[in-house]
Structure formats: C-alpha cells, structure tokens
Design a protein around this ligand. Sequence first.
Ligand code: HEM
Length: 357
Amino acid sequence: MHKHEIPATMRLSLLLVVVAALSARTAAQLPLAGGGGGALKPDFYSQSCPRAERIIAEVMQTKQMANPTTAAGLLRVFFHDCFVSGCDASVLIASTQFQKSEHDAEINHSLPGDAFDAVVRAKLALELECPGVVSCADILALASGVLITMTGGPRYPVPLGRRDSLSSSPTAPDVELPHANFTVDRLIQMFGAKGFTVQELVALSGAHTLGFSHCKEFADRLYNFRNQGGKPEQFDPSMNPSYARGLQDVCRDYLKDPTIAAFNDIMTPGKFDNMYFVNLERGLGLLSTDEELWTDPRTKPLVQLYASNATAFFDDFGRAMEKLSLFGVKTGADGEVRRRCDAYNSGPAVAATIPKM
Ligand code: HEM
C-alpha cells in the first residue's frame, strides 16, 4: 500500500462522515417543520435582487404619501397573514369562482384595498427588476417594517427568504384571529397557543396607535350597554364620558352606513408612538380588548410601562414584530415564489370543481 493511500476501512468511515455532513447540510436547507424561521437571513436577496429592499421602500413611500392610511392597513394585513398559517402571503390570494380564500372570511372583509394595492405595486416593480425572485411574503414583511419606521416607529431586523403559500383557507381567519369582543383571558390563550407571551401581546397591541376601526367593532360599548349586573348604562363606564359621547355621535348612523369609522388613537392617529397606551390610562381606548389591557392585572403593569417609557415600547414592539415575522414561515418545497401575489403560480385549483361532461 502506498504511504499516502487510505486503508479500505478508513475510506469507508471517511465516506460515511462525508455523507453525514452532506445530509446535515441538506437538512439545514430543507423546509423547516413548524417554520421557526431559522433558514431566513437579512441578506437573502443580496445576490439575486440586491435592490429589493430599496424598491419596496420607494414604492411604500410613494403610496403612503398619496394614501396615508396605507401604513395601518398594511400592518393589519401582515398580522392577519402571519397569525393564519404563518407569514406566507396566504392573505393575498384572491377568491375565484372555483376557490374561496382568506379574503372571504368575515374578519378580513374590512382589510383595506390600499394595503393590497401597495403590495401589487411593489411586486410589479420587483418583477421588472428581478423576475420570480422576491416572494410576496417577504414583500409584506419588508413593507410593514418600512411603513412602521416611516410613520415614526422603531426600525427592526427583517430576515428574508419566506416562500409563498400553496393554500389559503376561507374559514381559518375567523378562528385564528382575535376579535374585538374577546376577554383578556382569551387573548392571552390565543397568543400563548402561538408562542407569544403576555408581554408580546401587549407590545403588539400597540400597533393600534395607527389606523381606525369601524363602528360595529365597538358599538356595543356605546349603545344599549348593560353592566355586569345587567343594569342599563349610557355607555361602557370604563370609557371617558366625553369620548364616549363623541363616539355615540360619530357612529349614530353606522347601521345605515357601515363605512363610518373612528381613529384607534384619537390623539395622534397617523403617528407611530406610545400614545395608544397613554390613552388606555385615560379611558380613551376604542375597542373593549384595548381597554381591558388596562383593567386586567396581568397586562396593566405593561400598559403603564409603555405609557411612561416610549423606548421600552419601541424596543419590545420591534422584537415582537421580528418574532411575528418569523411565525410559521415556509421555505423550500413548502412554498413557492408567486409571479403575482393574488394567485398561485399553478393558477386556481379548478380541476376538482369542474363538472363532469
Ligand atoms: C390583540 C388583539 C387584537 C384585536 C382584538 C384586534 C382587533 C382589531 C379590530 C377590530 C380592528 C378594526 C378593523 C376595522 O374595523 O377595520 C383593528 C384594526 C387594526 N389592527 Fe388590530 N387587533 C388586535 C391585534 C393587532 C395586532 C397584533 C396588530 C399588528 C401587529 C394589529 C394591527 C391593527 C391595525 C394597524 C389596525 C388599523 C387598520 C386600519 O386602519 O385599516 N392589531 N384591530
């Protein structure tokens, strides 16, 4: 045997080591079961589409300047996307005659068109620059980050490489998302089941520093209100009386005109700041879920902290948003990079519904 030659037994074990190393690498590149987001990285597009973030920022800036409600709308769309089957752009799939999507869920009917329009514009610009490369799920994640910063909020890291969903359920959103009449118990349970702490629930609720809610979401606090003993009251007594009367006036005709809405943060509605928490202390919370964060002993200390310390809120909100953006993400064969954000690349699955000739 030549002195540099490796004995047969050793060759075999070396081969096994190499095979093991190779399969470990493949495993790391495979889709993550449960989608922990471990395979995502900030520079995912540095070679394939280096200007992606710049392009998204520019499109969002133009859109937000023309329609200042875009930031709030897009942030809510992102939350509704992530909490239902993970951050995978399943919320963007349009309903077709043959196949319903998350758009059809009651809770998603109020998602604003401007947010979807912003994504369409970003996708168009990206497809011109680097076709088929940037996923719609990454567009949503990056756009949310950019718009939060643009309206005065914190900047936080957005790891990239999400793939877009291959399905979109019309029933899941009403089950998976929180409703305005939930108790704090139920909120804590729902967020907890998805791995979010009480502190993250309170920090993320601070997103209600932006945007508005339609009257139907809080009308039961204003009209025919009954206290816990069943006694009628003029309005929910946890509300500041002038605020409650003002809202009664604004929402007077909401049944005839369901588009009437009020700002979530009455003091600084277009600015991302900690005023939402200051409002809660003063009885100026709009939704009962908002106000309850102030009454419940598990959440009240956090409301107090964020009301008095904007930096603590920004730090915790940024961290919680980064975590939200990694929730249930799809990589590898679990998803695809859609060519357009409102349809699967294969087109709508019609085969099962085409009637037999
Ligand atoms: C904690 C439980 C939550 C409940 C019960 C809740 C409920 C609601 C409701 C009922 C509206 C009004 C929708 C409408 O009438 O158009 C709304 C708006 C909004 N929500 Fe939440 N939400 C929650 C958490 C979150 C989270 C975690 C985020 C984001 C991180 C978020 C972001 C928003 C935004 C930005 C708006 C304003 C949307 C707009 O102006 O178009 N919400 N939310």
